[in-house]
Design a protein around this ligand. Structure first.
Ligand code: SF4
Ligand code: SF4
Length: 658
């Protein structure tokens, strides 16, 4: 069956198998038509930075070995890579800037539809970034925090970013400083990459690479600002129960999908939906059903328990159910095919940001100052579309799963505090040290059509939890886990190894949750990978080591967006061994590949692991965790075979020789 090979998601499978002739191509059809894809592009050795190109380097060591201007393979590969990092940093940090502007506007009384819901977070962030909160009301404190955040986009003095200086271990800051990858201004870091990669500027791989990494560190700041300020505005996520997959769409309600990344508008849509229930009933619907797609969906799931309809690759299929009345998009990860799909159904495609217009959209420009007005107009459009449904086109897969989400660091600490109130981290650290938990894996990022939808995510995760690795997840990976039922307490008995089972059950009981905590901890949207960074930093500080010393690994099994490239790069820079399931466009340069896979480890402790085979990737990640445990002195098994084929003992001896 066609769908079976393409996706591990049963709802997507169902719709792909029943797709009728005459409907537009799905992303899977377009991927098939695109084959074979350009080998030069895959290797990253195609340059079209100036109109003398495109220039292509012969990957077999023959001619041409240089571009027309003389650029070598490594220069071309790095220029392409750096521009991807800059693109990712721009997207994440612009998202953060929009939230900072909204917070600032709130403090100036310009946004009556918002209020500060995360008072405690406001104080905590203020204290962290060096703003005294005693004697100040929350509005003046929020104003100072918003200014402080915006300063990270506009600083003139070469002082490192506040959101980096205050969120790293001391040791990590020293390493970043030594390598000159501490940015002082997020926008300047992006500009510098664009300048440096212009024709006739930097051709030396070393400074090129370091500049890309500096931009990746700026990306972490942008992500962190987004998370912190969203928590201040909309509240810190707490564990919440909801549902996920296309079965959350309802035949008798007005269905509105909010899709993209930024919660500023979707939060208000949820508020206004409450007020417009009667209008929905007047057109024959039982009510209004808001669902999420991609990371806007993750934001709402984390804070409000709003059901998640699906993740990146299957976004078009939400329209194919025939009951989606409006697809409301903010920005990032919106497929340009949505307009074509909506034209075949009654679904209104509503764009809300001037940054992200779509062919065939209805544009309702969203501004924080008039948020409710925009949200009301959007909801009314969706309500009117409900009447235009074609009953013959309705087919909702009856497939959904229970999901628990909302693992903010604050929520995790609250649970841990029930076990060791004076020092919440003690319980987690003890369980890592005594081997109950082998280590922690951050699973992050996207779907990518080059691998079956969700498949590698699930394969890697199941192997890791079987080996007692605690998984924390963000982005569309977390969506994949939700669809497969892995974000539930029930999955613990089915999939967890004995140690992990013991840990989750004990913590679930002691914390008052009443059953095991969910098998995998959903920590939020892609920008919320900053929460994972915070958790790792707290563990490192508790053990008085650096992230590079901890039994931690990261995996992006389906890296797709430039944002994922930026995130993967800062994970490496901050000391995480980072698996990437879709090989990025760098294999055209042996030098760059060697640096990414090996040399980076000597400089940062983190490095990339490129592995497309999910089973092999999981084994490598487990071996790395074991090796790090041994090096940290919490495991004595010197015979563990590391992924290079050498034992831990041999590798350790080698590392001493360096
Ligand atoms: S910058 Fe150099 S390698 Fe790139 S397209 Fe122009 S001439 Fe070719
Ligand atoms: S995880 Fe990746 S695919 Fe999913 S919404 Fe975020 S950037 Fe897009």
């Amino acid at each position: 069956m066609r769908g079976s090979n393409l996706t591990a998601d049963p709802a997507a499978k169902y719709l792909l198998e029943k797709k009728e002739k005459g409907l537009p191509d799905t992303v899977w059809d377009r991927y098939e038509k695109m084959q074979p894809q350009s080998g030069f592009g895959e290797l990253g050795i195609c340059c079209r930075i100036c109109p003398q190109g495109p220039c292509r380097i012969n990957p077999f060591g023959k001619e041409p070995s240089r571009g027309i201007c003389g650029a070598r393979d490594y220069t071309i590969v790095l220029r392409n890579l750096l521009r991807m990092i800059a693109g990712g940093c721009a997207a994440h940090s612009d998202h953060g800037r929009h939230i900072a502007h909204t917070l600032l506007a709130l403090t100036e009384g310009k946004t009556p539809d918002y209020k500060i819901k995360g008072e405690a977070k406001l104080k905590a962030v203020a204290a962290r970034v060096g703003i005294k909160h005693e004697g100040k009301d929350s509005i003046s404190l929020a104003k100072e925090v918003a200014h402080k955040a915006l300063e990270d986009y506009s600083r003139i003095e070469p002082e490192p970013l506040t959101w980096i200086q205050t969120t790293m271990t001391k040791k990590r800051l020293e390493i970043l400083d030594r390598c000159d990858v501490l940015p002082y201004n997020i926008d300047a870091a992006i500009t510098e990459v664009m300048h440096r990669t212009h024709i006739g500027v930097d051709a030396d791989p070393v400074p090129l690479l370091f500049d890309g990494l500096k931009c990746a560190v700026a990306d972490l700041a942008g992500e962190h600002i987004s998370t912190d300020l969203s928590d201040i505005l909309f509240g810190v996520p707490k564990l919440t129960k909801s549902e996920v997959n296309l079965g959350v769409l309802k035949v008798d309600e007005v269905n509105i999908a909010v899709h993209g990344h930024n919660p500023i508008l979707s939060e208000v849509i949820c508020d206004v939906a409450e007020e417009l229930q009667e209008e929905a009933k007047a057109v024959g619907a039982k009510g209004i059903n808001i669902v999420g797609i991609c990371c806007t969906g993750n934001e709402l799931l984390m804070r409000r328990g709003i059901p998640l309809a699906t993740n990146f690759s299957s976004q078009e299929l939400a329209i194919m159910t025939g009951v989606l009345d409006a697809m409301v998009v903010d920005y990032q990860c919106i497929m340009p095919s949505l307009g074509m799909w909506c034209q075949c159904y009654h679904t209104k495609l509503i764009s809300t940001s001037e940054l992200c217009r779509q062919a065939g959209d209805i544009h309702i420009e969203f501004r924080p100052e008039t948020a409710k007005q925009s949200a009301t107009a959007i909801l009314r459009l969706a309500i009117s579309a409900f009447k235009e449904r074609n009953p013959n086109k309705i087919d909702i897969p009856k497939i959904k799963n229970i999901v628990y989400a909302g693992f903010s660091v604050e929520q995790i600490l609250e649970y841990l505090a029930k076990t060791s109130p004076d020092d919440p981290m003690q319980y987690l650290v003890d369980n890592i040290k005594n081997g109950t938990i082998l280590g922690i894996a951050a699973m992050v990022g996207c779907n990518n059509l080059k691998a079956p939808h969700d498949y590698n995510h699930l394969t890697i995760a199941k192997e890791l939890v079987k080996n007692n690795v605690l998984i924390v997840a963000t982005g569309c990976v977390a969506g994949a886990f939700g669809k497969a039922g892995l974000l539930t307490p029930e999955a613990v008995n089915q999939y967890a190894g004995e140690g992990l089972k013991k840990f989750l059950t004990e913590l679930g009981t002691k914390s008052g949750f009443g059953k095991p905590l969910p098998l995998i901890w959903h920590m939020g949207s892609c920008v919320d990978t900053s929460r994972i960074h915070d958790l790792a930093t707290m563990i490192a500080n508790k053990l008085e080591v650096d992230i590079k010393d901890l039994p931690l690994v990261a995996s992006a099994p389906g890296n797709m967006s430039e944002e994922a490239v930026a995130t993967g790069s800062w994970l490496v820079v901050t000391g995480w061994p980072t698996h990437v399931g879709i090989v990025p466009f760098i294999y055209g340069s042996k030098l760059v590949t060697q640096i990414a896979e090996n040399t980076a480890r000597d400089v940062y402790g983190g490095y990339f692991i490129f592995e497309t085979d999910a089973e092999k990737a999981a084994k490598r990640l487990i071996n790395i965790i074991k090796y790090r445990r041994w090096k940290l002195g919490i495991d004595v098994d010197e015979e563990i075979v590391y992924w290079t084929g050498e034992t831990a003992k041999e590798l350790f001896a080698k590392s001493k020789e360096l």
